[in-house]
Design a protein around this ligand. Structure first.
Ligand code: NAD
Length: 481
């Protein structure tokens, strides 16, 4: 069993607290994955010291040279791909096929931003004054804090760190305490890539470590992904300092199924969107809004697909049904299943803990399918972040869109339809930052912006070149000859 230490100023250091915490395999709770530092304020202060010091030099290195470190890191992660994916499955619980996909995405992100480093363009703009050269240029923000969740433990730290680094910022990353091993592996990779000391720092620990980082006055930008509750706290704490804050938060994503849809394809998309990775995706479909005329036929198809959803060893590439992250997530999901039943929704399938061996050793809950769900019920309003799908009836597109928009979130939304006009109206009226037509709600490409509307996102877009706008600031230059 490995003990990871913090990575500060290019050194692997134990916490000043002398305390550690352990992470176990969600598929087999007795299996220890690794041990991590339970950091405290002194560790955070040292990490920010290192980031502030390294900023002086890193910010002056030409961006294309900064990109070369990412290109090297991509090569190292490619070499360590199986190790990274296996560790990801063991710490977070998602099936190995999904973990390999996430690792490949992380490699592609490093490659993409390595290339973008040579394209950190400004604008040249015609001036109204003769002989004036008017242009804009980008500059970094300073030491920045990245605070990340557990559900994409390698992709999210990298999709934040890579654009931040090419823009010339230095970093302190605080990964989620439930699954920090992937972020530690990323730090090892950056070290091997020869990134100058102090440019990237990592401290592990719980919410109090994140809060200490947010409160350090030298941090000029905070990029957070996690719950609305914590996002709001960060805004309250750091907002008065007028630092740049980006918050990526939850979702209650709808998938509308029209009566002209290919129902087999729609059922496959909804089941993947709702239940892959145990619903631990901010873009997971948690509401299927189905037009009355095809409701019963569609529910039959959902039931058949859910019954065929393959449970098994998380290391088996055929496995689809995986455990929830931990006991807390399992209890939360089971609580919502009970709430749905109390509210009068009909539990058609699943929603119980798997107690037979080998699943009894992990936090497995069978995919829960609810019908007769009313849009105002809690299971149709609140983010569960587990394998629970609420099917809601609608009489037509207009009612379906009204129901879809009737929640506090606006992250991802899908529609299954063969009618172009319907899909155009949906994309115009739906309140979501990511829209999928004839696709699962979960699934992103890295070269385009990602983010939501309403309480799902505050302040920015991630990935693509949008991330470069967030992690840099623009200077406008007037040069008169
Ligand atoms: P969380 O909000 O509990 O924790 C996220 C991170 O914030 C962790 O590193 C945690 O230690 C830290 N933290 C906790 N309290 C803090 C505080 N007071 N100050 C600073 N940092 C603090 O979220 P989670 O349970 O790790 O992740 C699940 C949530 O993340 C879900 O709501 C999900 O929708 C969301 N999520 C959103 C996206 C997106 O891109 N929109 C992606 C993945 C997950």
């Amino acid at each position: 069993m490995k003990t990871y230490t913090n990575f500060i100023a290019g050194q692997w250091l134990a916490s000043a607290s002398n305390k550690t915490f352990k992470v176990h395999n969600p598929a087999k709770s007795s299996e220890l994955v690794a041990e991590f530092q339970a950091s405290q304020l002194a560790d955070v202060t040292s990490a920010v010291d290192a980031a502030a010091k390294a900023f002086e030099n890193w910010s002056t290195i030409p961006a294309p040279m900064r990109g070369m470190y990412l290109a090297k890191a991509a090569g190292i992660l490619r070499r360590r791909r199986d190790e990274a994916a296996n560790q990801l499955t063991r710490e977070e619980g998602k099936p190995i096929t999904e973990a390999r996909g996430e690792t490949d995405r992380a490699i592609a992100l490093l490659d993409f931003y390595a290339g973008q480093a040579s394209l950190l363009t400004g604008q040249t703009v015609p001036s109204t004054v003769p002989n004036r050269f008017l242009y804009t240029t980008r500059s970094p923000l300073g030491p920045i804090a990245l605070i990340t969740p557990w559900n994409f433990p390698i992709a999210i730290p990298i999709w934040k760190a890579a654009p931040a680094l090419i823009c010339g910022n230095t970093i302190v990353l605080k990964p989620a305490e439930q699954a920090p091993a992937s972020a530690c592996l990323f730090a090892e990779i950056l070290e091997e890539a020869g990134l100058p000391k102090g440019v990237f720092n990592l401290v592990t620990g719980g919410g109090e470590v994140g809060a200490a980082l947010v409160n350090d006055a030298r941090i000029r930008c905070i990029s957070f992904t996690g719950s609305v509750e914590v996002g709001k706290k960060i805004m309250q704490q750091a907002g008065p300092r007028l630092v740049r804050i980006g918050l990526e938060m939850g979702g209650k994503n709808p998938h509308i199924v029209m009566d002209d849809a290919d129902l087999d394809r729609a059922a496959a998309d909804v089941v993947y969107g709702a239940f892959s990775a145990a619903g631990h995706k901010c873009t997971a479909a948690s509401r299927a809004i189905v037009i009355d005329k095809v409701h019963d036929a569609f529910v039959e198809k959902l039931k058949a697909r859910i019954a065929a959803f393959k449970a098994g060893d998380t290391m088996d590439p055929q496995t689809q049904l995986c455990p929830l992250l931990d006991e807390t997530q399992m209890k939360k999901t089971l609580e919502y299943v009970a709430i749905g039943q109390q509210e009068g929704a009909k539990l058609l399938a699943g929603g119980h803990r798997l107690t037979d061996a080998p699943f009894s050793e992990g936090w497995y809950v069978s995919p829960a399918l609810f019908t007769e769900v009313k849009p105002t019920m809690r299971i149709a309003q609140e983010e569960i972040f587990g394998p629970v799908l609420a099917v809601i009836r609608a009489k037509d597109l207009n009612e379906a869109i009204t129901i879809a928009n009737g929640v506090e979130f606006g992250l991802s939304a899908g529609i299954s339809t063969t009618n172009l006009k319907t899909s155009m109206e949906f994309t115009r009226r739906i309140e979501a930052g990511v829209i999928h037509v004839n696709n699962p709600t979960a699934g992103l490409e890295l070269q385009v912006p990602f983010g939501g509307l309403k309480n799902s996102t505050s302040g920015y877009r991630e990935m693509g070149t949008a991330a470069i706008d967030f992690f840099s600031q623009v200077k406008t230059v007037y040069v008169d000859g």
